[in-house]
Structure formats: structure tokens, C-alpha cells
Ligand binder design. Structure first.
Ligand code: URA
Length: 205
């Protein structure tokens, strides 16, 4: 265990890599995941982005937001003039939840009990990183941050509000901006994400 942990840390020095996270058994999602995916970013970052859960590629690599949703997020960050390396990136749920669909692993939305079980890990990251501003990417992130299973981003979409001494900005999830039904909805969702990131930059100071 210790040798593997040291090797992993050397291979990816930018990772927060809390060793115990990969041993988490608070909910059953670990059973079908390759590994837990911890947040990445500066030890102290003014802005934290919280997604839903790792996707297929993130599960395999152990790094958040490197798949299609991550590519869209990169574009939005660049447009908002926020450096990806300056923000702390993490997810509300640290293990990939999926169901088989042919040869593919199809994303499944985590259940509220799984979001609640994983909240302790997000709380630990918040305590350590102490961000001034949190961008909630989608409903699952907001539910975890507010510890409210009924929270949705549509209520206060793109509108910053204060919670426990921090700014929270709810926006759409990048996957929604990729998969919304029509082109206009996708463009609108993307614009909301970019605008949320711009506001985060302004509030972070
Ligand atoms: N979607 C997320 O919410 N998080 C990731 O890390 C990747 C895709």
C-alpha cells in the first residue's frame, strides 16, 4: 500500500491524493469503479469548480475533467479568462457510476444517498483549499454543497449567492452543454457556464 501510494504521488505530483479516498466504502460505488478520482489543483485556490462524478475517461486515468465534458470546460475557462491550473477541480461524487450499454460504460446519475455519503470528502477539500468562490457545475454539485437533495441549478442559474461564508455560483453541467436537445439550448448552456466562470473570477478578486 505505502509503496504504491508513494509511486502514485511521484507520478502525479499535482494531485491532492488523499490516500484514504481510494479505500472509501461509504457507499457501494467503489465496487464497479476503477479508482476514486480526487480533486486536482493548487493547495489553496480562490476558485473551486465542483462537477458531478468522474466519467469513463476520468475513472480510467484517476484525474477529473479530462474527457469530453472536460474539453468543453477547458473552452469555457479559456473564454472566461480563468486559467485551468489556477482553479481547484473536483466532483461531488468521487467514484464513476455506470451501467453497461453494449461495450460502453454509460454514465448513471448518482443517487442522493451516494451524494450524501460522498459529501464528507468534498467537505474535507473545502476545509483544506478554502476557496472564496465555488462554481457548482450542475444539480448534483449544488445538492452536495447545500446538503439539500431538492436543490437544482435552475432556481438561481448564474446568480452568485453566499453560503457558509463563500460565494456559490450555480451553472449547468458541461455535459448538459454538450448533450442538450437542440443547438440553441447547447449554446445557451455554454454561455451560462462561461458567464458563471467570469463572475467567479470577479468575485475571487
Ligand atoms: N463530468 C464531471 O462531472 N466530472 C468529471 O470529472 C468529468 C465529467
Amino acid at each position: 500500500g505505502a509503496i504504491i501510494a508513494i509511486a502514485a504521488e511521484r507520478a502525479q505530483p499535482q494531485r491532492a491524493a488523499p490516500v484514504a479516498l481510494d479505500q472509501c466504502r461509504r457507499c457501494p460505488l467503489w465496487q464497479q469503479a476503477t479508482q476514486a478520482v480526487p480533486g486536482v489543483g493548487p493547495a489553496q485556490a480562490a476558485i473551486m469548480l465542483v462537477g458531478e462524478q468522474p466519467g469513463d475517461q476520468e475513472d480510467l486515468a484517476g484525474v477529473p475533467f479530462i474527457g469530453p465534458a472536460g474539453a468543453l470546460l477547458d473552452r469555457a475557462l479559456a473564454e472566461a479568462e480563468v486559467a485551468r491550473l489556477s482553479v481547484y477541480l473536483t466532483n461531488a461524487v468521487k467514484h464513476f457510476k455506470w451501467e453497461p450499454r453494449g461495450k460502453r460504460r454509460l454514465h448513471k446519475t448518482p443517487a442522493q444517498r451516494e451524494v450524501a455519503a460522498c459529501h464528507a470528502w468534498l467537505e474535507q477539500e473545502l476545509a483544506r483549499v478554502q476557496p472564496r468562490v465555488i462554481v457548482a457545475l450542475g444539480g448534483t454539485a449544488l445538492k452536495s454543497l447545500l446538503q439539500d437533495g431538492a436543490a437544482t441549478v435552475t432556481d438561481k442559474l448564474g446568480v452568485p449567492f453566499q453560503h457558509e461564508g463563500r460565494w456559490i455560483i450555480p451553472v449547468y453541467h458541461p455535459s448538459y452543454a454538450l448533450r442538450a436537445m437542440d443547438a440553441a439550448s447547447r449554446a445557451d448552456a455554454y454561455a451560462v457556464i462561461v458567464d458563471g466562470l467570469r463572475q467567479a473570477r470577479a468575485l475571487a478578486g
